[in-house]
Write a new protein. Sequence first.
Length: 282
Amino acid sequence: MANRYFRPDNLNDALAALAEGDLVRAAGCTDLLAATERKSLPGDVLDLTGITALRGISQTDNQMRIGGGTTWTDIIRADLPAAFDGLKLAAREVGSVQIQNRGTIAGNLCNASPAADGVPPLLTLDAVVELSSLRGVRQLPLAEFITGPRQIALEPDEVLTAVLVPVAATGGSSHFLKLGARKYLVISIAMTAARIVVEDGVVSEAALAVGSCGPVATRLPEAETVLIGAPLDPTRITDAIVKGALSPIDDVRADAEYRQTSAAELVRRTLAHFVESAEVAA
C-alpha cells in the first residue's frame, strides 16, 4: 500500500509536496498502473486529478495552451484549427474510449513510450512543454523533453503543467496514420504525422514526424525540405530519405527493416490524404 496519498486541488500545494520529497505523480494512471507490478502504487502518491486548473485548452495571441491534465476525450471534442486534426486522430487511437476519458496528455508524454500516439502530431506542431516547480516555470521543446524510451527531462520537483503550441505552427492542416497488427487497441509498428501548408499551389510549410521507429519519435527534416517549394507530391518522399532518419529495433511486433519500409509508405499515404482532400474539394 502507498504510505501517503495526496490529492490537492491547487498546483501550489502539489508543488510544495513535491519539494518536500520524492512522490509518484499520478494523473489518469492508464500507463502508471499498468507498469506497476503490485496491486497498488508503491511509495507516496501525488494525485494531480483534483487540480482543475491543469485541464482545458485556451488560446492567446501567441500560442495554444493544452493543460497537462487535459484528457484525450477533451482534445477530440475541442474546437481546434485544422492543424490539430492529426492530434485528434491520434487521440482516437489512444486505447479504448475509457482510456481516452482518463488518460491525459501530460501522462502520455511523461510515460515516454516510443510508441506514444500523441508525440508525432505534437512534433509537427512544434510543441513545447511547460514544467513547473516552486523554483519557477521553464519551457522545453518536446523534442528535447523526451530523451529516450521511458526517459524524460523532468526534475523530481516538477510537474508538466501544459503543452504549448506556437500560433505560427497552427497553419495548414494535418493528418495521422498508424500501422499495427490489428485495427483497434494496438501498439503501433509505425505511425506518421504530417502538417502541410499549401499556398498558390505549392508547399510553403511541411512538418513530418514518425513514431515507433526509434527510441523517440522524430521529425524528418530532409523529407520536409524535399516537399517545400513544389506542388505536393507524395512520391517525392523516397524510402531512403525516411530510412535515413530512423533507428528502429526488432521486437515481437515487427523487425527493423519492416518498420523502416512501412514508415516510408505511411508518410506517402499521409501526404496522399492532403492531395485526395484537395481533389474532393475541387
